[in-house]
Write a protein that binds this ligand. Structure first.
Ligand code: NCD
Ligand code: ZN
Length: 351
């Protein structure tokens, strides 16, 4: 067994469920899960209840981050037709904008072209626009990035046709970036047969061809690994229909380091995908004196070890090649051997 030292990882796609979904996760448990996974900075999504589509809701959310968070947190504002006039003020308080072009958990879907145009015209130009775009919606996002000459980041790309379209867009110099979620790399449609609702998320798991295409593009087209950490309780997952989404903060790094052991990716590339690129793309601050110590060896992911409030992961029982031993954030040991040591509210708000 040996130890590896990594920079604090950044996860630009998490659902921390505040406000309105605190029975699934809150800033205390969600950021504890982040530290347990070697993640020292997260960006939180706006598909809450109410959704984060105005500066007033964002102010309330910031107060709760300041009270509870143990790692640094930036928030996405959400685009909606009803609150479109709020974008400029929301833009002063959010780290980035999220636009949902497809159906998923929550009601934040945008279908109207005038709303999309307003987003591109009125969202602060120095802040990223991220899109939930599946299948042909990826082409809509690339077109908007081209017409309005501003960057678009595509969330959780999961299909061969999508990653190939983004590769072509990048080849033409268009300002697009993308992330891939670990569940789309380490699970596939066959796992849905085994796990049912516990492997149901949006976008759904891919075919073997989709999974192979994502791995093939990890070395170049893919910019970030982001978890789409989307907690729902076991009881909710047993409803019909179940809400889509699975957690990921605590398993992302150890799965990627297992791929390093198996010679599927280099450690340097993992650091690019989980630290360097997310920081550059979303213009995130440097965290001084921050590092993650990882122990390599043979370990097993267990539901019982999780910090997330929902207490389950589709990777329960999976053998992995690493575990997070210690996390130091701004010089303080905030996580060690399974215990969160950071004081509530010691995480900073990123704007
Ligand atoms: C997410 C959630 O539960 O908030 N669910 C999911 O399946 N990914 C929503 C989302 O990111 O689309
Ligand atoms: Zn998401």
């Amino acid at each position: 067994m040996s130890e590896l030292l990594l920079p604090g990882l950044i996860d630009v796609h998490t659902h921390l469920r505040v406000p309105g979904g605190e029975h699934k996760e809150d800033f205390a448990t969600g950021t504890a899960a982040a530290l347990a996974g070697g993640v020292t900075m997260v960006l939180g999504m706006p598909n809450t209840s109410p959704p984060i589509t105005t500066a007033a809701v964002m102010d309330d959310v910031h107060q709760l981050i300041a009270r509870d968070a143990v790692c640094d947190v930036g928030m996405f504002g959400g685009a909606s037709t009803a609150d479109i006039a709020h974008l400029p003020t929301l833009g002063t308080k959010a780290k980035a904008l999220k636009i949902y072009l497809n159906d998923t958990f929550g009601k934040l879907r945008v279908d109207e072209v005038p709303t999309l145009v307003q987003c591109f015209k009125t969202w602060p130009r120095d802040k990223m626009i991220a899109m939930h775009a599946e299948k042909q919606s990826v082409a809509v996002g690339i077109a908007l990035a081209t017409v309005y000459e501003r960057p678009v980041h595509f969330c959780h790309i999961s299909r061969k046709e999508e990653i190939e379209l983004i590769a072509d867009a990048k080849m033409r110099g268009l300002p697009v970036t993308c992330e891939v979620a670990p569940h789309h790399l380490f699970l596939g449609a066959a796992d849905y047969e085994r796990l049912g609702a516990f492997a149901d998320m949006r976008p759904i798991l891919g075919t073997p061809d989709d999974v192979a295409a994502l791995w093939a593009h990890l070395g170049d087209t893919v910019d970030c690994i982001a978890t789409d950490h989307a907690p729902h309780t076991i009881a909710e997952k047993q409803n019909d229909p179940p809400p889509p989404g699975v957690v990921g903060l605590e398993t992302s790094l150890v799965l990627m380091l297992t791929a390093v052991r198996d010679n599927k990716i280099s450690l340097e590339r993992v650091i690019d995908l989980m630290h360097t690129n997310p920081r550059r793309i979303f213009d995130l601050p440097v965290q001084p004196d921050t590092q993650v110590t990882v122990e390599t060896g043979n370990f097993t992911i267990r539901n019982a070890d999780l910090k997330t409030k929902v207490g389950w992961t589709p990777f329960d029982g999976r053998e992995v090649a690493a575990r997070v031993r210690r996390v130091v954030l701004r010089g303080a040991t905030v996580f060690e051997d399974g215990a969160v040591l950071a004081a509530a509210g010691s995480g900073q708000i990123i704007i």
